[in-house]
Each structure stands twice: as C-alpha cells, then as structure tokens.
Design a protein around this ligand. Structure first.
Ligand SMILES: NC(=O)c1ccc[n+]([C@@H]2O[C@H](COP(=O)([O-])OP(=O)(O)OC[C@H]3O[C@@H](n4cnc5c(N)ncnc54)[C@H](OP(=O)(O)O)[C@@H]3O)[C@@H](O)[C@H]2O)c1
Length: 248
C-alpha cells in the first residue's frame, strides 16, 4: 500500500521503519520539512516529503503527532479522497495538548479527532509505549505476542488498521466503535500494559471510565519524576511496571 505518515517522533519513527520494511511504499513528513528528517529512518526505502505530499494520493494516512496538532493538520485533508483510510495514534494529555472542552466533557479522543478531520478514522497504536513498540514486536503466532486495541466504526478502517498493526509485530484486537474507545485511552487497563490477545477482552471490559484522567495524570507525574522532563520516554520495563500498577 501507499502509506503517508505524519510525525517522526517516538511512535512515527517505528511506524516508518516497520511499515517500509514490510514492503509498503511509505512517505513521511514532520512539522519542519523533509530536510530535517533523519536519513536513518529511511533505510528501508521510505521517502521524506512535505506534509501535503504525505497525504496526497495514498491508500492510508497515519497520524502520529500530538493530538493538539490535529486542528492544524485538518486542512490538509480537504483534498484527500474518501478512499484514503486514516489511522490516528494520538492520545490526549491536557498538559501537552491544552484543555479540550469537548473531550473534558466526555467526547472520546477518537471522535474528537474524526470531527476535526471531518472523516472516519481508526484509532490504533495509541496504547503501546514507544519502547515496547520499537523493541517487542514479533511475528504473528509467537507465544506472548503483545496485543493492542483498534477502534473503528467502519469495516474498511478496522480491517486496514488491523492488518497494518499485525505487520508491525503486534496482535490487533478490535475494541469496538469510536464511541467506546475510551476503553483504550490513557489510564485504562489495556493502555501501555503490554497485554496479550487473550488478556485484552477482560481488560477492555474492566475499564472504569471515571478513573481514567486521574490515573493518566498520576502516570505522567511518576514518569516525569523519573526521567526529569516531558519529552523523554521511559524504558519499556519501567513503563509497563508503572502502568500495570496504576491502571489494572
Ligand atoms: N510516546 C509514546 O510512547 C506514545 C505511545 C503511543 C501513542 N503516542 C501518541 O502518539 C502521538 C505521537 O507521539 P510521539 O511520542 O511519537 O510524539 P513526538 O515524539 O512528540 O513526535 C511528534 C511528531 O509530530 C510531528 N508534528 C507535530 N505537528 C505536526 C504538523 N502540524 N504536521 C506534521 N507533523 C507534525 C512532529 O514534527 P517535528 O519533528 O517537526 O517536531 C514530530 O515529528 C501522540 O499523540 C502520543 O500521545 C505516544
């Protein structure tokens, strides 16, 4: 498939590497321009382009930017055909993204993103830490393979997202429509806890919505205390120990 990826940060970098290694025609953009993209992530054949070129004439667009950047990105989609599947990896962190009234009032993050873009999306890869994603993907069928939830309303978005998740070394579990995707938001039992496919259904069912924001903020406080800033991600072992203790 022709895949455009917006964002070359913690998650976008691994998406570029894995999806180009899987044989897809990947083009990638950040906010600053193609010249600023590290050649190292293009080693499997991906191309650095502008954000406008990343979304033009592709089968799939993957958004891997801060959620707060989505309104700035939305105008790019004015000329993107309805045949292009959009998959969003983002999570809402109010200290990073600014307070968003609709999400604070109960709209799911993915519904808000779909509304900003004016089109359907799938939500995937949001519930795995960048370290686990980069280091712990394994081929399908491997015992203990990590599973992640994929939320989508449409069959096409769901099927494409689940296929690509599998190609990045993870089991994909359909978690339901976007309206239920609070079950995979920060603070949820399945969020960054590296569960298997067998464990995912119970984790989704056990999610207590009202507790998510407080748990999310506790995790961020603990991570910042440990790593000392808001941009470094913790190592996989620490992140999973922390999220399991707080969210499950
Ligand atoms: N970090 C994790 O462990 C993790 C795990 C799962 C999901 N997520 C979610 O996935 C998303 C990305 O996270 P991340 O940690 O990879 O973020 P990150 O390291 O901060 O990288 C963000 C990327 O988005 C790009 N970007 C920002 N605004 C843009 C715009 N208007 N147009 C094009 N590109 C733009 C940035 O470009 P520049 O490079 O030019 O600044 C950067 O490459 C976030 O919503 C996050 O919550 C993160």
């Amino acid at each position: 498939m022709k895949i455009g990826i917006l964002g070359t940060g913690h998650i976008g970098t691994t998406l570029v590497r894995k999806l180009s290694a899987a044989g897809h025609d990947v083009r990638v953009a950040n906010s600053r321009g193609p010249d600023t993209i590290d050649a190292d992530i293009l080693a499997n054949g991906a191309r650095a382009v502008t954000a406008a070129d990343a979304v033009a004439d592709v089968d799939v667009v993957i958004l891997s930017t801060p959620l707060g950047a989505i309104p700035k990105i939305a105008p790019l989609f004015a000329s993107v055909g309805t045949g292009t599947v959009v998959i969003d990896t983002s999570n809402y962190y109010p200290k990073r993204d600014g307070e968003i009234a609709a999400i604070e009032a109960g709209q799911t993050e993915s519904e808000w993103v779909a509304e900003q873009l004016g089109r359907p999306i799938a939500k995937a890869w949001n519930a795995i830490t960048s370290a686990s994603f980069a280091q712990r993907g394994v081929p399908a069928g491997t015992a203990g393979r990590i599973a992640i939830p994929v939320a989508a309303d449409g069959k096409r978005e769901r099927d494409v997202a689940m296929k690509l998740v599998d190609e990045t070394g993870l089991d994909a579990v359909h978690s339901g429509p976007l309206s239920e995707s609070w079950r995979q938001q920060p603070g949820a039992p399945c969020y960054c806890t590296d569960l298997t496919c067998e464990e995912m259904a119970d984790a989704l069912a056990a999610t207590e919505r009202a507790r998510l924001p407080k748990r999310r903020d506790l995790a961020i406080e603990a991570i910042m205390e440990r790593v000392g800033d808001s941009t470094t991600n913790p190592d996989s072992d620490y992140a999973v120990r922390l999220t399991r203790a707080l969210f499950m």
